[in-house]
Design a protein around this ligand. Structure first.
Ligand code: ARG
Length: 461
């Protein structure tokens, strides 16, 4: 039976059910590299202030390296009696080094230790998510060249609205994922403050040097209040909230492409590598990966709520409830990382079904707003122009034709300001070309946007 590190005041053993109920090793073992890193920094500092000798520090650091290697090779045996990763590593260190190992936990508690481990994990996780978001943006920017001349209908209420360049769509996603990147960077700044040395909740009477461990671990600052550290999980809630926003963006994109992949829309071709078949209907090719990206977003949104519910009722400072934070944290992170990786691959390999898109582009009066704006330029008040074009659209519906097919006579009957030049703004190609305002979906402003994005992507390489 493993000896409990906290067992001094206990005479009886722990109930087996309690051990099963309170363990976290089944999910916090992945913190091992961060736990070792934190302990090595702590030991280095303890040696520098003279609480352990430099030989003891060396023994601790090299033994911790050995233990970590064994964990990483899968040779280390975990058991629930030792609760969590912190206990496992410390107990093993003590088993191997005796009294030297028994000094490591000087001036620290598992409460600041676990906060340190999670923050170190979080830094790597944030960096990885930032990289993956960048890969998705790169995939969109790099497919722009091939779609440069494609015009797509843009929708509101999923009803055809106005035409835009296909590239405008790709860069819209780049903007959303850029805000996600910036949120990640921002979250990193706030998270990168060292909890180590706050001990259980009150700090310590020992002359520890918190600035030194912060420096050794690459933290930007030392947290100013030990009670706050012992209870704080804001950094993790913030990270998972930011992941939830990414999940929503990914889900929106997946949903759109699922619609575009239907026979009814038929805008998009997905490759075999990223679609799956049906076990009964031989003809089927299903966008399961996109559906799962949409579906998995629910887990991330739930993880966000999980963390808020977990922490909302807690008094200061550490409470064991906080152990449950890692489950949603790891799940949300793993889920988003997997979704982003697949998203980039799908964006790279999908192709637009140009013929299909083009053959139906003139349906749905995508040029109606441009016609109204033509009337405004001719001095017609906007609201008058709006109802005039509305009437013309209904005339077209009767005649089963496009606005561009109406005779000048018909057009002038609706509004005498209309001249021969009206045909320069009618038809989808003319209508999209007419879009010139900053940030709009016409070819000129879109080319400017693309130039900007190509620069951004180029500068990251
Ligand atoms: N496994 C624990 C957690 O994840 C470590 C901290 C335990 N602290 C305590 N006072 N029991 O939160």
């Amino acid at each position: 039976m493993a000896q409990k590190a906290w067992g001094g005041r206990f005479t009886g053993g722990t109930d087996r059910l309690v051990e099963q109920f309170t363990e976290s090793i089944s999910f916090d073992a992945r913190l091992a590299p961060y736990d070792v890193k934190g302990s090595q920094a702590h030991a280095t500092m303890l040696a520098e202030i003279g609480l352990i000798t430099s030989e003891e520090k060396e023994t601790i650091c090299t033994t911790l390296d050995e233990i970590l290697q064994e964990i990483e090779r899968g040779e280390f045996e975990f058991c629930i009696e030792l609760e969590d990763i912190h206990m496992h590593i410390e107990q093993e260190l003590t088993k191997r080094t005796g009294d030297v190992g028994r000094k490591l936990h000087t001036g620290r508690s598992r409460n600041d230790q676990v906060a340190t481990d999670v923050k170190l994990f979080l830094r790597d996780a944030i960096d990885h998510i930032i990289k993956l978001l960048g890969d998705v943006q790169t995939a969109f920017v790099e497919r722009c060249e091939q779609d440069l001349d494609v015009v797509l209908p843009a929708f509101t209420h999923l009803q055809r609205a106005q035409p835009v360049m296909a590239v405008h769509y790709w860069l819209a996603w780049c903007e959303k994922f850029e805000r996600d990147r910036l949120r990640m960077l921002d979250c990193r700044t706030r998270a990168n403050v060292s909890p180590l040395g706050c001990a259980a909740l009150a700090g310590t009477s020992l002359p520890i040097d918190r600035a030194r461990t912060a420096e050794l671990l690459g933290f930007d600052a030392v947290s100013p209040n030990s009670l706050d550290v012992s209870s704080d999980r804001d950094f993790l809630i913030e990270f998972v909230s930011d992941l939830a926003i990414i999940a929503v963006h990914l889900s929106n994109w997946a949903e759109e492409w699922i619609i575009w992949f239907t026979t009814e829309f038929n805008f998009l071709k997905l490759t075999d590598a990223y679609t799956t078949g049906s076990s009964i209907m031989p003809q089927k090719r299903n966008p399961d990966v996109l559906e799962l990206i949409r579906g998995k977003s629910a887990r991330v949104i739930a993880a966000n709520q999980h963390l808020l519910a977990l922490t909302k009722g807690l008094p200061m400072a550490y409470n064991r409830d906080l152990q449950e934070d890692k489950i949603p944290l790891f799940d949300a992170y793993d889920t988003i990382a997997a979704c982003l990786e697949l998203a980039a691959a799908i964006i790279e390999t999908a192709t637009l079904n140009r013929e299909q898109i083009e053959s139906r582009l003139e349906e749905g009066f995508l040029d109606a707003t441009t016609l109204m704006e033509y009337l405004i330029k001719k001095g017609v008040p906007m609201r008058t122009g709006h109802s005039t074009v509305g009437a013309l659209v209904s005339l077209c519906e009767q005649k089963k034709c496009r606005l561009a097919d109406l005779s000048l006579e018909d057009l002038q009957q609706a509004c005498e300001q209309i001249g021969e030049d009206v045909y320069d703004c009618l038809g989808v190609q003319n209508a999209v070309r007419a879009l010139v305002s900053t940030g709009s979906g016409g070819p000129k402003p879109v080319a400017e946007q693309l130039g900007r994005w190509q620069k951004i992507i180029g500068s990251r390489k």
